[in-house]
Design a protein around this ligand. Sequence first.
Ligand SMILES: Nc1ncnc2c1ncn2[C@@H]1O[C@H](COP(=O)(O)OP(=O)(O)OP(=O)(O)O)[C@@H](O)[C@H]1O
Ligand SMILES: [Ca+2]
Length: 533
Amino acid sequence: MKDSISTEIAPNVHELLQQAIALNTTGTVYKPNSRSLPEISGSPTEKAILSWAVLDLGMNVDNPKQDYDVIQVAAFNSEKKRSGVLIRRKNESATHTHWKGAAEMIVAMCSQYYDRSGTVKVMDDEERTEIGKIIQNMAAKSLRCIAFAHTKIPEDNEPVLGESRLTLVGLVGLKDPCRPGVRRAVESCIDAGVSIKMITGDNVFTAKAIAIECGILQPHEDVNEAVIEGVEFRNYSPEERMEKINKVRVMARSSPFDKLLMVQCLKQKGHVVAVTGDGTNDAPALKEADIGLSMGIQGTEVTKESSDIVILDDNFTSVVTVLRWGRCVYNNIQKFIQFQLTVNVAALVINFIAALSSGEVPLTAVQLLWVNLIMDTFGALALATERPTDDLMTNPPVGRSKPLISNIMWRNLIAQALYQVAVLLTLQFRGKSVFGVDERVKNTLIFNTFVFCQVFNEFNARKLEKKNIFKGLHKNKLFLGIVGITIILQVVMVEFLKRFANTQRLNWGQWGSCIGLAALSWPIGWLVKWIPV
Ligand SMILES: Nc1ncnc2c1ncn2[C@@H]1O[C@H](COP(=O)(O)OP(=O)(O)OP(=O)(O)O)[C@@H](O)[C@H]1O
Ligand SMILES: [Ca+2]
């Protein structure tokens, strides 16, 4: 196989290619000793080209380095998408220019080409279209197409790194296969209401093929508006850009500025934007994005510095994990806030009304401190440690301008707070006659009912929307532990800490009433969830 490739290339072309690959590169080949495999490093593209030359063509990249001096270098950048060198053979005065880069751009700089036998031919229009087709065909197979071009500058001419009238040496197609799991990750993101856009430096055809491969585009859909080139996007008026941006899903041949522009437009549209990237050319977009995710292994230092999250394993599927945990934390904070506000509203109202009407408050300072402990520390531990569930990934994303306390939360909160206030005020004003007890026992009844209302409501708070509040409960040991400890401590407060907590012992019937009243918050919570908001 190796031999068949290298013998198909004419000797003079082979030599030019060897110069081009060995001298016009930022990658390196290191061979510790003659028997070990060479270690190749550099950017992914450089690495691919060097390993093709060394391993498949059996080229020696050290020879050209010894024979030639590099006089001038035009380094690769994302704007120009090509790199060039000006070289001179030692003890000769003629110089050679080598260019390598994005195929159609390099071909546009050529006026001649080497044919199969290694003779130079003029590139007329017909051949130009033919070469264009070859590039397109390679791209349609999701290959990144790189072209090599050369020109010899005679000794009496001034040696400059010219960009025209070159001779095309050859084309190579590089495959960057879609990593396993990416397709599924893209799917999960789309299901979660996140739209995915691919911005790449590759040409339109390669970009389209890769986008189809990883599920960003569907194979047979009309991609007229979905695929766009960087220049086209750049040259739109701001209004046009705003109008089209939602439809664009793939942007090809983009410069770093195009990437940045895309993020700015999306943000202006009111979207929350996350960007992933590895190269220096992604840094501006990463910095501008709401969430910048960089790659830990391939990523350059600049990229990592500009990002908020570094994905250590370079795996796109980790984006889904980030999304999942991000939503989980947000959701847990919402649950906690809803729970806290309910307790606060209820405690405030009952003490306020009681103080106004009788001048005495039913809940003492120690009791309120205890309640505070339940809702702050214990509540946070119980509710905020809930692990992500699958249905988080089927909800639409929360918009930039959505309030933290949603209507759903207000609904649940108001219902529970109203119920608690109603029960506690009834106890305050009718408790003594209904239960036939004195002031102190009545106050203990209020305190005990109030605490148990929170215990039951803690279960309600586990789900903001779902009616089954017990789902996954057995997996949350911490929650169950906290509830258990709260109940035990409450019994101790009421039954044994009379002096400290200002309480009176309650009999079985009174305990039953407190718990029964509090338990009603479950059916109330369930009923309330039928009210659409
Ligand atoms: N080392 C290189 N030398 C010459 N041309 C290159 C080199 N690397 C990439 N190219 C060309 O530039 C294009 C990629 O440009 P750029 O690096 O701006 O894109 P990108 O979006 O960062 O791509 P990716 O992250 O997939 O590498 C490629 O399609 C290729 O034609
Ligand atoms: Ca890149």
